[in-house]
Design a protein around this ligand. Structure first.
Ligand code: CP
Length: 331
């Protein structure tokens, strides 16, 4: 759980507010509860109204987005609230306004903050200074809201998560690979990250995931052999080879990852019931073959829709926790 240090500044985070800046901010039981609520909210979209009033949630973007922008805006509205979507280029952030000041200004007026930005340190700084929940809507390091939606998607397809084999092919040092490691290990998945050695996951993320997997009965593994990694997999997942902020590296990355495309040959090595994930946007013919992403094994559009349900459930969880803190007199 990301928690800020006790702060002498009135209105700043006091360390008791729950945030979701990385996948392991939810315990295994909490993640399971959020995923169950996500399924309930998919069946009955207006069943929960924790933002009735309407209370406002600020959704901040330092990077482009379609799915995250739409799913947060729609979800906040469906929870009875008002989505205040802000492109940060139009604010003073680029002119040096401190993250801590932004956090305190927003927290004085909104019920929660979601932020898509570059550095993980920035969102953790925001969380430490905020008296309302802060949600990671993607950083260079993690994409935990996406992996919550992916877990919801896989759970619906298989009726369970623990013990399933999920193989991620491509950039193993990416935010998606890191979030599959932490979120997947939390769920008890057997997570295989398969990437060229120069693109393996960060050692600290891998170690945290391995420790989590020990507790949940899952496992984590990293390799460079895509054929071996696909054998018997229940889920094949991938993402773009060049992420936002890595523009200019396309040729090097495409050259290194050419053998890691999710294609029909690799799908044939997986379990016969294997399903395919891609968080989108996709480049058909690069990280995934068109016949796979548009074929019967693909769950990508269900996955995209589940961003809505998973984030609504997460907001309910965090807002419930914040309300509990207020009732206890700590917030
Ligand atoms: N998958 C995802 O985060 O999509 P956007 O970049 O469009 O939000």
């Amino acid at each position: 759980m990301t928690a800020g240090p006790a702060s002498p500044i009135a209105g700043a985070g006091d360390g008791t507010v729950r945030h979701f800046t990385r996948d392991d901010d939810l315990s295994p039981a909490e993640q399971a509860a959020v995923l169950s609520l996500a399924a309930e909210l998919k069946a009955d979209r207006f069943a929960r109204q924790p933002l009735a009033g309407p209370r406002t949630v600020a959704v901040l973007f330092d990077k482009p987005s379609l799915r995250t922008r739409v799913s947060f805006a729609v979800g906040i509205a469906e929870l009875g609230g008002f989505p205040l979507v802000i492109d940060m280029q139009g604010t003073h952030a680029g002119r040096g306004e401190p993250v801590t000041d932004i956090a305190r200004v927003l927290a004085g007026q909104v019920a929660a903050i979601a932020w898509r930005t570059f550095g993980q340190a920035a969102i953790e700084e925001m969380a430490a200074a905020s008296s309302v929940p802060v949600i990671n809507a993607l950083t260079d390091r993690f994409h935990p809201c996406q992996v919550l939606a992916d877990l919801q998607t896989v759970r619906a397809a298989y009726g369970r998560l623990a013990g399933l084999v999920l193989t991620f092919l491509g950039d193993g040092s990416s935010n998606m690979a890191h979030s599959y490691l932490l979120g997947g290990a939390t769920a008890g998945l057997q997570v295989r990250i398969c990437a060229p050695e120069a693109y393996w996951p960060a050692a600290d993320v891998l170690a945290a995931a391995a420790a989590l997997a020990e507790r949940t009965g899952g496992s984590v593994a990293v390799s460079a052999d895509p054929l071996d990694a696909c054998k018997g997999a229940d889920v094949l997942a991938t993402d773009v080879w060049t992420s936002m902020g890595q523009e200019g590296q396309e040729r090097t990355r495409s050259g290194a990852m050419a053998g890691y495309q999710v294609d029909a040959a690799k799908l044939a090595l997986a379990s016969p019931a294997c399903r395919v994930l891609h968080c989108l946007p996709a480049h058909r013919g690069e990280e995934i073959a068109a016949e796979v992403i548009d074929g019967p094994a693909s769950l990508v559009f269900e996955q995209a829709e589940n961003r809505l349900h998973a984030q609504k459930a997460l907001l309910c969880f965090l807002l419930d926790a914040a309300a509990g803190e207020r009732r206890e007199g700590r917030g």
